[in-house]
Write a protein that binds this ligand. Sequence first.
Ligand SMILES: [Zn+2]
Ligand SMILES: [Zn+2]
Length: 371
Amino acid sequence: MGDRVAVELTAFGEDLQVGHRPASAPQPGAVTVDVTHAGVCGTDMHLQQGRMEIPLPMILGHEAVGRISALGNEVTTDVLGAPLQPGDAVSWASNIPCHECFHCTSDEPSLCETRKVYGINQSSGVWPHLSGGWAEQIYLQPGSTIVKIPEGVGPEQVIALGCAGPTAVHAMGIGGPRPGDVVIVQGSGPVGLACAMLATLAGAVKVIIVGGPAGRLDAARAAGIGDVHVDIFTESDSVDRAAKVRAETPDGRGADLVIEATGVPAAVAEGIDLTRRGGTYLVVGQYTDHGTTPINPHHITKKQLRVLGSWAFSPRNHLDYVLSVPELARRFDLEKLVTTYPLTDAGRALADMRGGTVLKPVLLPGQVSSS
Ligand SMILES: [Zn+2]
Ligand SMILES: [Zn+2]
């Protein structure tokens, strides 16, 4: 089978290592995929810095698309029943829930605490080794949810929203807008932009994006995402900024729905402030623990807010995201969000993401010479 080039995190806070890991033929129920595009996500930045407890070594990358290399026995179709063959372009859910715990059996598998997640809790130190997206090949274990990339869209369009797309689909299921709503999105990273796009598709009449830096807002505008864009770096006073944003809502009363996608605890008090009386505040972006923040809970009662949280996504959300890509691609210029790098430049991609100079770094394993 030979070895495949893979990018591994071997020690927290250290540079990524480019090396090789052995490929294996797929066992019954498994599938091997030659990765064509692997996304770099904000979570990867946190993983590299050791903000979440994960086993090492790890081939990072929990969002990727590729072409089927080989199918194990028992695998003949994708999750929708379409026949699968080597060479088919596919996407797959990054996680495999256990299907047995309280949360899985209560129909909220995104909360499963023992689910397997490629690139996050499947160490490359143990077989089948190729368990993350930042490699020439990935070994998809039995139970993976695989879907063919829909006709008419390309892998770059699917990976443009990587895990942000399914994360936003899940969040919209928990507290999405009603047609006619005015929506504020706090944060202009991939999750914020994915939420903004899905809010528009769901019938929001106005989507106001409050984020930054300027390059990210420019990319959002260029892709047709959001109706109003407020830069938190030029509007750096939070009181003035909130007044300016509220002035964009009907009668200045605040938005029907405010979606938090910043990962910054201090954004929550501002988000509560921007939500109208009787409105909904949906907290999606606090994926890693950055500590506590002052809020005034009186405002939650007085404004009679619905305050909701949304954690990660299920394989079903991933499928729904992939099926929505043709409509997203018709409405928005998804490729404008993507900046590509050779696989072996993963460290540079991660640094650029940390610097906020790119919105969605995507690694191209096809751009390394196979050994
Ligand atoms: Zn992610
Ligand atoms: Zn479970």
